[in-house]
Design a protein. Structure first.
Length: 564
């Protein structure tokens, strides 16, 4: 009987080992690699069931080395014996790519989707490297990150504004943790980065992680989860590849996490109003975050992906009932301002991605609701209440078929600005919350769309691509927090102060041997910087639409990835 039990146990273990996930994840924001897989799907060469709406990405495990995805590369489907190992007991591991990324802003902070990096003027550098090991169902990935930023001083909210403008600025930014500057002097921080420990079985994985996540189909922004902020500690239960069913395939992720504050005030130094400090220190209680993303590919419509996301955060002191731990199972309800539901910060979205391999194109859309407390009837009457959306289109055009070269055109628009004047005056912007006063942030940066609350962005990108190589031109228009603009200047009758950044950039990614190089040279032309209109220009008899303060900022990015 004992031998039978041992034999049965051995059979179970062997079965589990057989279905162990062997693929290595591609971290969110990986230079060249992440978008290569998505472009290959557009060309009809990738897994057509993969939605690219639940990341980090786990590519097809048929390739032994997912960091060499191009079959023309010497490292394709190979492992360097000097940097990888395995034994007869089923244990194996290897070194993860070494990545060095630098960024320089000449005049003021600019940029997002850069993980552990901070908004800063001057030079900053992000270093990451690590190791991956697997034994049976268990996988361990250690990939810490170190960021060092010069964090030079710069002009932020103009001190010549009326004091009421300063006060209204704090009305908003006392309810979200988005410091303009992370203190003064050099900023140095180490993180666990893209690290995890997991148990994997068939298409499912469960574990602990600090990896960055990306939910939804967007490229420049995501409404609920992106890599604009550093990764946070979380429990995860997720799919590792699409699960096929009778009605189509499914992908998804469920998380429980802990968010942290930045420890910095909105401005450096802080401002006063009639000798009273405007900054209200935020609660030190830790924040509990839970959420999920689910994507469905109906088997009846090839290339169509439908999905939803939902998240909720609360202070740990408010946790109690099961509903407080798993609030997204609670239906939307009509509530008053003093009810317990408002001690929670919630948002949700629906998304669609439609892939057309025959046209080598895709179109995608995400529509989200911020802290919705309406009834279904009221939501139908005013669907724009608390809404935000992302729309995008990408198309590959043959350029030189004999050399597998293409021209890629990408368009994306993100709308975060409010549409209800009363809601704007009521400080109901996306990611801002009067009770969870850190807002929807981690370590001082937004978890969702990196452009931040009340902002809009339009992006146009045209690129030459061949395999991992890409050279492109990017044009953008970035409208900064327009909700604050209307809130701050609503009673002045002055509607001229919209802060708009117009930018143009040359971008490039190039693989050579073990290396992937990337570079970006961007010129940013900021109109009405920090919403400021110089009073010296407002002279008697002068035209009404006088120019505001203009700032020029040059941003340079350069980096390399060394693949073992």
């Amino acid at each position: 009987m004992m031998r039978l039990r041992r034999g049965g146990l051995l059979l179970v273990l062997l079965t589990l080992l057989q279905f162990t996930v062997k693929a290595q994840s591609i971290p969110v924001g990986s230079t060249a690699l992440e978008d290569y897989y998505r472009r290959q799907q557009l060309l009809g060469k990738g897994d057509s069931l993969l939605s690219f709406t639940v990341r980090p990405l786990l590519p097809d495990a048929k390739n032994k080395n997912v960091f060499y995805p191009d079959s023309t590369e010497a490292g394709y489907n190979k492992r360097d014996p000097g940097t990888s190992w395995q034994n007869k007991d089923g244990f194996n591991g290897y070194l993860l790519p070494l990545n060095i990324q630098t960024q320089y802003n000449s005049n003021h902070p600019y940029g997002w989707n850069d993980g552990a990096m901070i908004p800063a003027k001057g030079l900053q550098t992000l270093l990451s490297a690590g190791i991956y090991a697997r034994y049976g169902m268990l996988t361990i990935q250690l990939r810490p990150e170190l960021v060092v930023a010069a964090n030079n001083n710069f002009d932020n909210l103009n001190r010549n504004n009326y004091s009421t403008i300063d006060a209204r600025y704090y009305d908003v930014y006392n309810n979200i943790d988005l410091p303009v500057q992370f203190g003064t002097g050099t900023y140095t921080k180490a993180y666990w980065g893209q690290s995890s420990i997991r148990l994997n079985y068939k298409s499912l994985s469960v574990g602990l992680s600090t990896e960055n996540l990306w939910w939804g189909p967007g490229m420049r922004n995501s409404l609920l989860m992106s890599n604009s902020a550093p990764g946070f500690k979380h429990f995860t239960f997720n799919t590792t590849k699409p699960i096929r069913t009778a009605i189509g395939s499914f992908e998804g992720q469920f998380i429980i996490g802990q968010l942290e504050g930045s420890g910095y005030g909105p401005l450096t130094p802080d401002r006063n109003y009639f000798n009273n400090p405007l900054y209200l220190p935020k609660p030190t209680d830790w924040r509990y975050l839970t959420g999920f993303v689910l994507s469905w590919q109906p088997k009846w419509v090839k290339g169509l992906f439908l999905g939803m996301t939902r998240s909720a955060q609360t202070y740990s002191k408010d946790l109690g009932s099961l509903g407080s731990y798993l609030p997204f199972f609670s239906p939307f309800k009509s509530v008053t301002a003093d009810q317990a539901l408002n001690q929670r910060d919630t948002r949700s979205s629906l998304f669609m991605r439609w892939l057309w391999p025959e046209e080598q194109a895709e179109v995608y859309f995400e529509y989200g609701i911020n802290n919705n407390t309406n009834t279904v009837r009221n939501s139908l009457l005013e669907p724009n209440d608390g809404r935000a959306y992302i729309f995008g289109l990408r198309k590959m055009l043959p350029f030189n078929s004999s050399r597998d070269e293409h021209i890629m055109i990408s368009i994306e628009a993100t709308q975060m600005a409010g549409t209800s004047y009363n809601k704007v005056l009521g400080l109901s912007s996306w990611y801002v919350n009067p009770y969870i006063r850190q807002g929807y942030t981690n370590r001082g940066e937004v978890l969702g769309a990196g452009i931040g609350p009340g902002a809009n962005l339009q992006t146009f990108d045209v690129s030459w691509v061949k395999g991992l190589k890409r050279i492109g031109l990017q044009l953008e228009r970035y409208l900064h927090n327009d909700d604050f603009y209307y809130y701050a200047f609503h009673d002045t009758g002055d509607w001229r102060r919209h802060w708009v950044d117009l930018s143009g950039a040359l971008t490039g990614e190039w693989n050579y041997g073990h290396f992937i190089f990337n570079a970006k040279l961007m010129e940013i032309y900021s109109l009405n910087y920090q919403w400021y209109l110089d009073p010296a220009l407002e002279k008697a008899g002068a035209p009404y639409y006088v120019p505001g303060v203009t700032k020029f900022n040059f941003q340079a990015q350069a980096g390399l990835t060394y693949r073992f």
